[in-house]
Design a protein around this ligand. Structure first.
Ligand code: FMN
Length: 175
């Protein structure tokens, strides 16, 4: 699908059918994340693939009982690897670049899922500490996003967006 059609058509999907997600599609989604830009090309993030029902249920409890995390056959958890970026970029890597690396990777993964005919939703409302505990994260990882992925069981209407003219403005000349 044309890129612009894809980004127009992608919606957050929170209800999924029971149809499993093919392994090669999971692989392609992770490969797409691997193409994402990252600070210094360090790719300072970790993706944890979650398929186990009890683990998904625990993640859901850590995320305000969001049902999407249980229903989806697979959940990708994106962690910023803070020390990996800090080793080169110090505080900026620790506090910013590693989070941005994980964010961009998740964005690529979400778009790849859509391109493969799969639904997903970016889940950001969770208890960091609980997610770290459930997924046995290392102390220098920070969970950035949980991405449930599956075949859609809903067709949400497109939500309103801000007007483009309100999003972007021309810079005033610098004296
Ligand atoms: C940083 C971030 C956090 C989000 N957290 C949640 C969440 O916890 N649960 C949820 O259902 N959707 C979550 N969303 C999805 C948004 O609600 C959704 O993208 C927005 O309503 C626009 O809808 P669309 O994705 O269909 O365009 C999050 C999205 C982002 C980017």
């Amino acid at each position: 699908m044309d890129f612009f059609k894809l980004i127009n058509a992608r919606r957050s999907i929170r209800a999924y059918t029971a149809q499993p997600v093919e392994e090669d599609k999971i692989t392609r989604i992770i490969e797409a994340a691997n193409h994402a830009p990252s600070a210094g090309n360090l790719q300072a993030y970790i993706i944890v693939v979650v398929r186990h029902l009890k683990t998904k249920q625990a993640l859901s409890r850590a995320a305000l009982d969001q049902e999407s995390l249980v229903q989806a056959p697979v959940v990708l958890a994106f962690f910023a690897h803070k020390e990996m970026s800090a080793a080169k970029y110090k505080h900026r890597g620790h506090d910013l670049y590693s989070l941005q690396d994980a964010t961009v990777a998740c964005t690529y993964a979400q778009l790849a899922a859509a391109a493969l005919g799969l639904g997903s939703v970016w889940v950001g409302a969770f208890d960091d500490h609980a997610v770290n505990h459930i997924l046995k994260a290392q102390p220098d990882w920070r969970p950035v996003a949980l991405l449930p992925i599956g075949y859609s069981a809903e067709a949400p209407v497109r939500p309103q967006r801000r007007a483009v003219k309100d999003l972007a403005r021309e810079a005033a000349p610098h004296p």
